[in-house]
Design a protein around this ligand. Structure first.
Ligand SMILES: Cc1cc2nc3c(=O)[nH]c(=O)nc-3n(C[C@H](O)[C@H](O)[C@H](O)COP(=O)(O)OP(=O)(O)OC[C@H]3O[C@@H](n4cnc5c(N)ncnc54)[C@H](O)[C@@H]3O)c2cc1C
Length: 395
């Protein structure tokens, strides 16, 4: 049975659902989202959900502010809680990174981020369990925190569906339909076809193998990321998210009193098969966790590991996403979020909608050229002007 749509979105993760919602907000509702499993069942369901605007790349900082505004107004927009917890976000750096931190904070403020430098005494008040001695400066975002990427993706999907978008789960796209160089729709595993004026590929870690047969190279490495949950053995109270750029780790409170630990040393990462990877921390990683958490948080009297899991990042050469025409008429790509696609997802959807409808970004702080696919071939990577020594990848 053949069907038509103005726009087909392949992938019902947070980015595909955000794009669908943003399109519906612009009155474009002849849209079909095709998700082979269920909404949010990909890497969205594994996200740590950290929300911060602390990016040296100004367009990303601006995108994170858009995300934050949506998360803050979730009740009003989506009619319910989507899991955002506004705990605040603190980032600490050592002496070699003080200059970068200050310049980055100034650049963030220039695009509307509410952030400031705070001193160790204030951080000690916020995080009384931490050893702060190796830090030389701290950035603070009172509006930061963490969210729930799975719930957020569901909220986007529900809102888009309410506006008329068709969300199909259990719908695997096997092929792009083409007419010469133009993409004209998709074929599904059940044998059906959908003709569309525009196809958006938002398939995360599965994007490169999906697009390679069409001569489109989205350079994505699939990198396994391990997360460990820790029971601190003490009631933490209202601690903020803490990004430690000295020992390269992040921790955040988890609902129920645990602490979520992630390693932010991304200098030497291993590639993985997104359909066949170990979904728990290795012994080596547990040892690393014990060492890092034990050193930084001597105030956890009786810490114990409660559980662990792993997900995969879709990592591009500059650790920044591709939100771009593909080079083939009728085909856009939104992938390669490199471990930071949750917080910016509302802005990603908006940019996808702007690119499809207007051909350019509607926000002067977010030039569409920053996220163009061709930047890799051009050798013009999107990098922070204020890189952190030893911790440059995602900030
Ligand atoms: C462990 C971990 C921690 C993270 N922590 C953070 C964080 O703290 N803050 C932050 O901002 N970001 C974080 N991220 C990143 C963020 O979660 C991701 O960037 C984001 O969820 C990616 O969403 P997506 O829609 O691109 O991909 P996905 O959620 O993977 O969605 C892609 C979808 O495409 C579907 N699909 C694939 N192929 C097909 C096909 N042929 N047909 C139909 N459907 C198909 C898949 O089933 C999948 O559901 C983290 C990621 C991980 C893994």
């Amino acid at each position: 049975m053949n069907e038509t749509a103005d726009i087909v979105i392949v992938g019902g993760g947070i980015e595909g659902c955000s794009a669908a919602w943003a399109l519906s907000q612009r009155g474009i509702t002849d849209v079909v989202v095709l998700e082979r499993h269920t909404v949010g069942s990909g890497m969205t369901g594994k996200s740590s959900g950290i929300v911060r605007c602390h990016y040296g790349v100004s367009s990303l900082a601006a995108m994170a502010t858009i995300g934050l505004e949506v998360f803050e107004k979730a009740e009003e927009i989506f009619g319910g809680d989507i899991g955002f917890r506004q705990t605040g976000y603190v980032v600490g750096v050592g002496e070699p990174n003080v200059d970068s931190l200050r310049k980055s904070l100034a650049a963030q403020r220039a695009v509307g981020v509410q952030t400031e430098e705070i001193d160790a005494a204030e951080v000690a008040r916020l995080w009384p369990f931490a050893d702060l001695s190796p830090f030389a400066a701290f950035g603070w975002e009172a509006r930061g925190g963490y969210g729930d990427a799975y719930q957020t993706a569901q909220a986007f999907a529900v809102a888009a569906r309410a506006a008329g978008v068709r969300i199909r789960q259990g719908a695997t796209v096997t092929e792009l339909l083409t007419d010469g160089d133009t993409v004209t729709g998709v074929a599904l595993a059940d044998g059906s076809r959908i003709s569309a004026g525009t196809v958006v590929v938002a398939t995360g870690v599965w994007t490169q193998p999906f697009l390679t047969p069409y001569g489109i190279d989205v350079p994505i490495r699939v990198v396994r990321e391990q997360i460990v949950m820790i029971s601190p053995g003490v009631d933490l109270g209202p601690v903020p998210v803490f990004s430690d750029l000295v020992s390269l780790q992040y921790v955040r409170p988890e609902v129920g009193g645990d602490v979520l630990f992630g390693n932010s040393d991304l200098s030497d990462v291993a590639t993985a098969d997104p359909d066949d990877y170990l979904n728990r921390a290795t012994e080596d990683f547990v040892d690393l966790t014990v060492e890092k958490v034990g050193t930084r948080f001597p105030g956890f009297p009786d810490a114990a590991i409660t559980t662990s899991y792993a997900g995969c990042y879709d990592v591009t050469p500059d650790w920044n996403p591709v939100i771009s025409p593909s080079g083939r008429d009728g085909l856009f790509v939104a992938a390669g979020f490199s471990g930071h696609g949750f917080k910016i997802a509302p802005a990603v959807g908006r940019l996808v909608a702007d690119l499809i409808v207007d051909g350019h970004s509607g926000d002067p702080r977010i030039p569409e050229t920053d996220f163009r696919l061709s930047r890799f071939a051009d050798g013009d990577l999107l990098k922070s002007p204020y890189p952190y020594v030893g911790a440059g990848q995602m900030r």
